[in-house]
Design a protein around this ligand. Structure first.
Ligand SMILES: O=P(O)(O)OC[C@H]1O[C@](O)(CO)[C@@H](O)[C@@H]1O
Length: 541
């Protein structure tokens, strides 16, 4: 049955694809109202895409045929939707502000969630007030989160996003195996005033463990035997945190039903909570919960994550656009594209369905982006005039936090709206020629007009929110989580595993002992052998 809907979508697209977006607006004065959805002070506008009523109906039919609503309910109800790892995916329980019971294998997880949140809050507020202090009783001035992927990107993205609320100690993030990152940071820090949070669900991730060992050595050199008093951990592997020397009351745990890239809502968000305080963190959770309730209860055609997911399916599978750009006109969301790359590409970058069948169509697209307006002066050339079409996803706040700089925010808003307008309407050759003439160009220079043509008819969505508060950020992140879920459910993939990261990790382990050696790698391919030899020569090993 789904195949039939996919075919009807493809056929329908062939019929409508040449209708310019501007013409759609001319035909339907209510197009903006008809193709936008509001949730309180947030609005998703998808009217600047080629979706029309028929396309939306077909996509909604597809969502129903692929059992989207039952899959959604199964996730919220704690069923083992992550079937390849036989686990639930219950990040929504971490932000379940209704406190209604959520069962995993017949056990309500909410008491555990609330207890963990309370112990995080006690610790975070202790660090903020100085009650939880350094070895000599002084307050910590700097907190370093060491983690990678989902144990880094959430708080590393959210902390600058919520900078106006940051009134706790300074926060730093170390993730890369490259010693340059930790080395450059440690030079700025005083071990006597620094707290490390080692964030690793598994507590085996090589990058994190290597950075943690370096931090411990540095701390021991700085303050001696009390070094481990300056370490906390966030992990599910309590035996390993103990082995590292971290006291059990400095360890914050969570269930294996929270996936790494969905974990900012719980203890992985501890560094964020230290930065903004427990009350603001609770508002952030409330924002996530707001979006959960909307996702669970709004009719599909008025459901922001559902419609954003269907826009994604339309662009990827029907229009054939292979990437999408996330363009926050919000400097504090500069790390959002990186965050969404993991969320989206680790979740839906799959080629096999949950039932083990090879997917016959494209799954997760390439996700990339940059904060506006910087992107305008870098890659927007290609977005406007390049030979491939890249759906753009703009995000912008109506109000800024910089009330003393209103001219900046007006400029930012004007630029954001100008880009989606330019992408849609473009400029034809006649218009370009007229423009040159109006600028006083000589007749022989009018040929330049061809370079100033913009094809237009390029799709974009815009997410507008009142202001980037903790609650709004929570809504934005949960929106994207559910969008990824919607797309994954339609493709039939497991959006909660990540087997694709394993092979590289395994091979790195086999290569590690070969670095700096001149032999012993005869079983490797020619390129890898050649590279190992060159490394040896260049290092002088
Ligand atoms: O928290 P851990 O176990 O250190 O894992 C970190 C990251 O590594 C991955 O497993 C693979 O990149 C991610 O899914 C995860 O967020």
């Amino acid at each position: 049955m789904d195949e039939d809907i996919w075919s009807r979508l493809a056929e329908y697209y062939e019929r409508i694809k040449d209708t310019p977006l501007v013409e759609r607006f001319a035909r339907d004065p209510e197009r903006f109202q008809n193709f936008s959805i509001t949730l309180d002070d947030m609005l998703l506008d998808f009217s600047k895409t080629s979706l029309d009523e028929t396309a939306c109906s077909l996509l909604l039919e597809l969502a129903c045929a692929t059992d989207l609503e039952n899959k959604r309910d199964a996730m919220f109800n704690g069923e083992p939707v992550n079937r390849t790892e036989n686990r639930a995916a219950l990040h929504t329980a971490l932000r379940n502000r209704s406190n209604e019971p959520v069962f995993v294998e017949n056990k309500d997880v909410m008491p555990e969630v609330n207890a963990t949140l309370a112990s995080m809050a006690a610790f975070a507020e202790g660090v903020r007030s100085g009650i939880t202090s350094a070895h000599d009783g002084a307050a910590f001035t700097d907190v370093v989160n060491i983690g990678i992927g989902g144990s880094d990107l959430g708080p590393a993205m959210a902390t600058p996003a919520l900078a106006p609320y940051h009134d706790g100690p300074r926060l730093h993030f170390v993730s890369n195996a490259d010693g340059a990152e930790i080395s450059d940071l440690l030079k700025q820090l005083d071990p006597g005033r620094t707290l490390f949070i080692i964030s690793s669900k598994s507590f085996t991730t090589i990058e994190t463990m290597t950075n943690a060992a370096t931090a411990k050595k540095w701390m021991t050199a700085g303050i001696g035997e009390k070094a481990t008093e300056h370490f906390a951990a966030v992990s599910t592997a309590l035996d390993k945190t103990t082995e590292f020397g971290i006291a059990p009351d400095m360890v914050f745990s969570f269930g294996d039903w929270v996936g790494g890239r969905y974990s900012v809502w719980g203890p992985i968000g501890l560094s964020l909570m230290i930065a903004i305080g427990q009350e603001r963190f609770a508002e952030f959770l409330q924002g996530g919960h707001d979006m959960d309730q909307h996702f669970r209860s709004a009719p599909l055609h008025k459901n922001i994550p559902v419609m954003l997911g269907l826009v994604g399916i339309w662009h990827n599978n029907i229009c054939g656009y292979e990437s999408r750009a996330v363009l926050p006109y919000d400097q504090r969301l500069a790390r959002l594209p990186a965050y969404l790359q993991q969320l989206d590409m680790e979740s839906n970058g799959k080629s096999v369905t949950l039932t083990g069948d090879v997917i016959t169509r494209k799954s997760g697209p390439v996700v990339w982006g940059e904060a506006g307006t910087n992107g305008q002066h870098a890659f927007y050339q290609l977005i406007h005039q390049g030979s491939q079409i890249i759906p753009c996803e703009f995000l912008v706040a109506a109000q800024s936090h910089e009330e003393n700089l209103p001219q900046h925010h007006r400029l930012l808003l004007a630029n954001c709206l100008a880009q989606s307008e330019a992408l849609m309407r473009g400029r034809n050759r006649d218009e370009a020629t007229e423009r040159l003439r109006a600028q006083g160009a000589a007749q022989e220079d009018l040929d330049l007009a061809i370079h100033q043509v913009f094809p237009g008819n390029r799709p974009s969505t815009t997410l507008i929110y009142r202001k980037l508060t903790p609650r709004t950020l929570g809504r934005i992140i949960a929106l994207y989580e559910h969008r990824v879920f919607v797309e994954g459910a339609i493709w039939g993939v497991n959006s909660f595993d990540q087997w694709g990261v394993e092979l590289g990790k395994e091979l790195a382990a086999t290569l590690l002992p070969l670095i700096g050696k001149n032999a012993g790698y005869e079983d490797k391919d020619g390129s890898t052998q050649g590279l190992l030899q060159t490394i040896s020569q260049l290092r002088g090993d």
